[in-house]
Design a binder for this molecule. Structure first.
Ligand SMILES: NC(=O)c1ccc[n+]([C@@H]2O[C@H](COP(=O)([O-])OP(=O)(O)OC[C@H]3O[C@@H](n4cnc5c(N)ncnc54)[C@H](OP(=O)(O)O)[C@@H]3O)[C@@H](O)[C@H]2O)c1
Length: 294
C-alpha cells in the first residue's frame, strides 16, 4: 500500500512505485517498448514535457525517437510522418505533443494515429471505448488520477464525485472512468464547468472532488465537507516575491484551507503531475505487450 499513513496522496511516491513495477515487467517482455514523440514548433512548455518523456524512456530502456518539426510544417507532412510511424514495427506508441501550430487540425492529427498505438488515449476510438466501458488506452492524466484513488484505497462505489472542468483531456475522461459499472468506479458523477451555477452546492455534497479548471486556489475550505477526498489537477503559476524565480506553482485547490477538512488530498506539485508520465510509460508497455489490442 502506498504511503497509507499520510493524509497526503503522494504522487511522486506512487508514480515511482509504478515505474518500479514497469521495470519488473520489462524483464519478462521479449520486445523493447518503442515510443515516438512528435513536437511541432517551439512552445517552451511542450519542449519541457517532451524532454521529460524522452528522459523517462531512456531511464526505462525503451526505444524512443523524438521528431522535432519546424512550426511551418504542413498538415500533410505531419500526417505522412504519422503514417510512417503507424507502420514502424519498432514503435508501439505515438504521442503528438499539443498544442500544434494553428494551421494544423488537431482532430485530423488525432485521427491519423493508429488507435492501437494511441498511448495518449485521445483517438476518438479510444475515447468512445472508454465511455462504453471497453478495453482501451486511457488518457494518461485521468488514468493517473484513477490509479492514485485505487492505490490509496479510496472507495468510489456509490460515492458522490464532483469533477470540476469538462476538458477532453481531463474532466470528461475521468468522469467516464468513474461512472463505469465496476468495483473501482461505480460513482455518481457530476461535472461542473464555467456555466454551472452555485458550484459550492455541488462541491459541498461531494465525497470526492477532482479539480481540473486551471484557476489558482479556486476551491475554498467553505466549499467542501469534512472528510472529502480531493484530487487537484490544476497547474497554475502565481506571483511569489519570496521565491527566486518570482513565481510558484499552485493547484486549483486552496490547499491551506482545504487540508484540515480533507481525509485525503493531493499536493501541487507532487500529486497528479508525476502520474501522467508514469501512465504514459505504462500505456507504452501495455501496447508493446499487446495487452490492449492484438
Ligand atoms: N497534472 C497534469 O499532468 C495535468 C494534465 C493536464 C492538465 N493539467 C492542468 O489542469 C488544469 C485543467 O486543464 P485542462 O486542460 O483540463 O483545462 P481546459 O481545457 O482549460 O478546461 C478547463 C475547464 O474548466 C472549466 N472552468 C474554467 N473556469 C471555471 C470556473 N470558474 N468554474 C467552473 N469551471 C471552470 C472550463 O469550463 P468550460 O468548458 O465551460 O469552458 C473547462 O471545462 C490546468 O491547470 C492544467 O494545467 C494538469
Amino acid at each position: 500500500m502506498a504511503n497509507s499513513n499520510s493524509k497526503i496522496i503522494d504522487g511522486k511516491l506512487i508514480s515511482s512505485q509504478i515505474i518500479e513495477e514497469i521495470k519488473t515487467e520489462l524483464k519478462t517482455l521479449a520486445v523493447k517498448p518503442g515510443l515516438a514523440l512528435i513536437l511541432a514548433g517551439n512552445n517552451p512548455a511542450s519542449e519541457i514535457y517532451v524532454r521529460n518523456k524522452e528522459k523517462k524512456c531512456k531511464e526505462l530502456g525503451y526505444y524512443s525517437i523524438v521528431e522535432r518539426l519546424d512550426k511551418a510544417i504542413s498538415e500533410a507532412q505531419l500526417l505522412d510522418l504519422i503514417d510512417k510511424l503507424n507502420k514502424d514495427s519498432k514503435i508501439h506508441g505515438i504521442l503528438v505533443q499539443f498544442p500544434l501550430p494553428k494551421h494544423i487540425s488537431e482532430m485530423n492529427v488525432l485521427e491519423a494515429v493508429d488507435y492501437r498505438k494511441d498511448v495518449d488515449g485521445f483517438h476518438p476510438i479510444n475515447s468512445g471505448r472508454l465511455v462504453i466501458g471497453e478495453k482501451c488506452f486511457l488518457p494518461c492524466t485521468p488514468a493517473g488520477i484513477h490509479e492514485l484513488l485505487k492505490r490509496r484505497k479510496v472507495q468510489t462505489s456509490g460515492k458522490n464525485v464532483v469533477v470540476l472542468g469538462r476538458s477532453n483531456i481531463v474532466g470528461k475522461p475521468i468522469a467516464g472512468i468513474l461512472m463505469q459499472k465496476n468495483k473501482n468506479a461505480n460513482a455518481t458523477v457530476t461535472i461542473c464547468h464555467s456555466a454551472t451555477e452555485n458550484i459550492s452546492d455541488y462541491t459541498k455534497r461531494a465525497d470526492i472532488i477532482i479539480a481540473a479548471i486551471g484557476k489558482a486556489n479556486f476551491l475554498k475550505g467553505d466549499m467542501v465537507k469534512n472528510g472529502v477526498v480531493i484530487v487537484d489537477v490544476g497547474i497554475n503559476r502565481i506571483e511569489d516575491k519570496a521565491s527566486e524565480k518570482g513565481y510558484k506553482i499552485v493547484g486549483d485547490i486552496d490547499f491551506d484551507e482545504c487540508y484540515p477538512k480533507a481525509s485525503l488530498i493531493t499536493p501541487v506539485p507532487g500529486g497528479v503531475g508525476p502520474m501522467t508520465i508514469a501512465m504514459l510509460m505504462k500505456n507504452t508497455l501495455d501496447s508493446a505487450a499487446k495487452k490492449i489490442y492484438n
